[in-house]
Structure formats: C-alpha cells, structure tokens
Design a protein around this ligand. Structure first.
Ligand code: FES
Ligand SMILES: [Fe+2]
Length: 409
C-alpha cells in the first residue's frame, strides 16, 4: 500500500527520481523502495524485464515435449523442450483473448490447446490451428509471445526484453566456473520454494552480503570462511587456490559487474575457502555426493556467482545450488532453491536427500526469518537507513547498481 507520508503533488516519476537523487551514499535504500507500488512497477520495467534470469536447470525437462510452467510476478512462462530437443520459453497468454493456454504445472505435450476457443499452439509456440477464422487470418503472426532463451552449462536463462542484454561475458564466465563443476551434466536432486512476506530487494540484499552470516547463520559459519571479512581469510583462500591448482583444475573467477548502460549483463564470480578439513557445504564438512565435473578430489573451496538482478549460484565439488529470486508483488516475493548433483549420482546410494539439503534449508529458514523481520521494520515511518558496513560491500554495490538501473529508461 502507498504509505500516506509519501503522498506528494509530484508525478510518480518525478517523485521516484527525487528519491533516487536523495539517496545517501554508503547507506541503505530509503523506506519507500520497499513498499511503494509505483517503485515496484518501475523495478519490473527497468530491472526485471530488462535483465536475464536463471529459470531452471534443463534437466527439469529432460525429454522431448516435456514442459514446466513458471510464475514470475504476474507473468507465467512455459518452458518447453520441443520434439527436436530445442528449449523454448513463451508466455502463457493466448493470442486470441488472453486465456492461459497451459493449465498444468508440468507434463509432456506436443501442443497446448487453449481451453477457451481451442486455438492450438505447438510446444515451440507456433500457432497450429485456430477454428473458424477468416481466410485472411495469418496464423504465423499469432504465435505465443516468445522469450529469449540461452542454455549454458545446463542452466536455462530467459529474458523478457525485445533486445536482450549481451550475454557473452556471462557465458564465458559460466563455462570457466560451472563448466569446471560439470553442471552441464548435472541433475536436479531437490527444489524448494520459499514464499516471503517482503519486497524482493530485501531478499536479494540479504543474499549478497555475509555480514549477517556470523550472527544469523551459526551452521553455515562453522564451515564457510566467508563469515569473516575477506582480508582475514586471505591465507585460507590462498591455501584453497593451491589445492585447486594441485588437482589440475582451473576454476575461473571474474568481475564483470556493471550496469546495463553498455547493453551487457552483469556477472561476478568469486571463490572462497571452507575451513580447514571441510570438504563441502555439509553439516559435518564431509562429502554429500559424488564428485562433479573435472574434480578428482575435494579442494575445500566454494565458487559463488552473482548474475544480473535475481540469479545466484554456489558451486561445491560435489553439489551445486541455484538461488532464484522472484518478485511477486510490492511486498511479497519468492525464492527457489535448486540442489544439483552429478547426473549419475543415485539417491540412497550416492547421496541422502536430507543430508544433502540440510545446510541450505537451515540457512534459508534463517534468512526467511531475518528478511521478514526487516520487511516489518522498514515500513516504520521513523526508519532512516543506516550506514552499510565494510563487510557489506556487495550490498552497497547492489544498491548502486539497482539505483543506476531504475534511473535509466
Ligand atoms: S482465448 Fe484462447 S482461443 Fe480464445
Ligand atoms: Fe543469509
């Protein structure tokens, strides 16, 4: 809802521009960014529909004609694998009078028949049949609205933009990171969605900083050195890089974090150590599944990837995590966690699902609680954003990136 104290005679665009101009460097976002519906609309237009988003791992649609439906705010996207194996993404909106054409969450279908007047679409989005339409009706002009799709190392990315941001730097860095971890040959072991009573930016801002890890995530902090400032873990990180190198693996890293002024998507991949003796992100530091990709042994490291506004990846030697953030309404959003293992790993033999998922479930339950605590706090009309701590440098960067993005039409 629009809080009465932000009502103003200025037009909504001017009001938002003024808030951006008044942003105090080195501080968090002002409170209207978390509950003003007009800012949410601008977030959607200038951030969400401009950037690329990781939607899934392609192993969720392994067979020809498989499909899955995804909800992203008010949009619904049908992800399909056509008969020839190609991957497509399209809006679930009939080109006749707008009904949903796909009415199931998941399945296998060569065509989608609209439940209203039976226009029939192939699973690549082309309109195959439209009953009783005049002779001059052009089916080829009325396919489902397609989204841009890239599949990189098994990850499916979509962009709603007509002219999508250049993805080449992202692709190169994903090959150098997820490629080494064998994500192209991975499968989904588990997925879990977390609805949040919070504006989407509170969820993402929480994800990108680890200042809160020490106090909020005792389990994560037992094994992951990132709970400490980077300058305090230099020796641990150097030892980890030596171990990775000794295994004959060159996991890339790189910082191409940038706003979209040059028409390119942003990506930052960085590595950090687990504490001595810890092999992977598990409760006791011991392996969770079979080694992935090029890893002949555990290197005791983690590769973390921030990609665009909503997609985050975590690579361990024996499993991977995809974190998807989905804005829903101005004060609700969703997070989906996806656990990846090697495609040959068998549940029960090579991994135990409960053990595999323990750490990030515990951590995400804690995150949900602190994000919702924050959502309830920032609506107070007396809240004034405080200074961002040095350990929250990625948070500061994200805020600046976000403000840059919503400043540009
Ligand atoms: S709305 Fe889909 S066929 Fe009419
Ligand atoms: Fe967290």
């Amino acid at each position: 809802m629009l809080a009465p104290d932000i009502a103003s005679p200025l037009s909504s665009g001017d009001r938002i521009d003024r808030l951006i101009a008044e942003h105090r460097a080195g501080h968090g976002l002002a409170r209207p960014f978390y509950f003003d519906p007009e800012i949410f609309e601008r977030d959607m237009t200038r951030v969400f529909f401009r950037h690329w988003h990781c939607l899934a791992h392609e192993s969720v649609i392994p067979n020809p004609n498989d499909f899955e439906l995804f909800r992203l705010g008010r949009e619904q996207v049908i992800l399909t694998r056509a008969g020839d194996g190609s991957v497509h993404a399209m809006l679930n909106v009939c080109r006749h009078r707008g009904a949903e054409v796909c009415t199931k969450a998941k399945g296998n279908a060569k065509a989608f028949v609209c439940p209203y007047h039976a226009w029939t679409y192939g699973n690549d989005g082309t309109l195959k049949a439209a009953r009783l339409m005049p002779k001059n009706f052009r089916r080829e002009d009325h396919g489902l609205r397609k989204l841009h799709v890239r599949v990189v190392e098994g990850l499916v990315f979509i962009s709603f933009a007509e002219q999508p941001l250049d993805f080449s730097e992202v692709e190169r860095l994903l090959h150098a990171t997820c490629g080494q971890y064998g994500w192209g040959a991975a499968k989904v072991a588990h997925r879990q969605s977390y609805p949040l009573e919070a504006n989407w930016k509170l969820a993402v801002e929480n994800y990108v900083e680890c200042y809160h890890c020490g106090p909020a995530h005792p389990e994560y902090s037992q094994t992951h050195a990132l709970e400490q400032p980077l300058h305090m873990i230099e020796a641990l990180n150097a030892a980890m890089e030596e171990r990775t190198c000794a295994l004959g693996i060159a996991v890339g890293s790189g910082n191409h974090w940038q706003n979209s002024a040059e028409g390119r998507e942003a990506i930052h991949a960085f590595r950090y150590a687990l504490y001595d003796g810890v092999k992977t992100g598990s409760q006791d530091g011991q392996p969770l599944s079979t080694l992935m990709g090029r890893f002949p042994d555990f290197d005791g490291g983690v590769t973390s990837i921030h990609l665009g506004g909503t997609s985050f990846l975590v690579c361990y030697a024996d499993h991977g995590m995809i974190y998807r953030f989905v804005p829903m309404t101005v004060d609700t959003c969703g997070m989906e966690l996806i656990w990846l293992v090697d495609s040959r790993a068998e549940e029960g033999r090579d991994y135990d699902l409960e053990t595999l998922t323990w750490l990030w479930k515990v951590t995400t339950d804690e995150d949900k609680a602190i994000i919702e605590h924050t959502a309830r706090g920032v609506v107070s009309r007396f809240f004034v954003p405080g200074p961002i701590a040095p350990m929250e440098s990625n948070e500061l960067r994200y805020i600046q990136w976000y403000l840059d993005e919503i400043s540009r039409s």
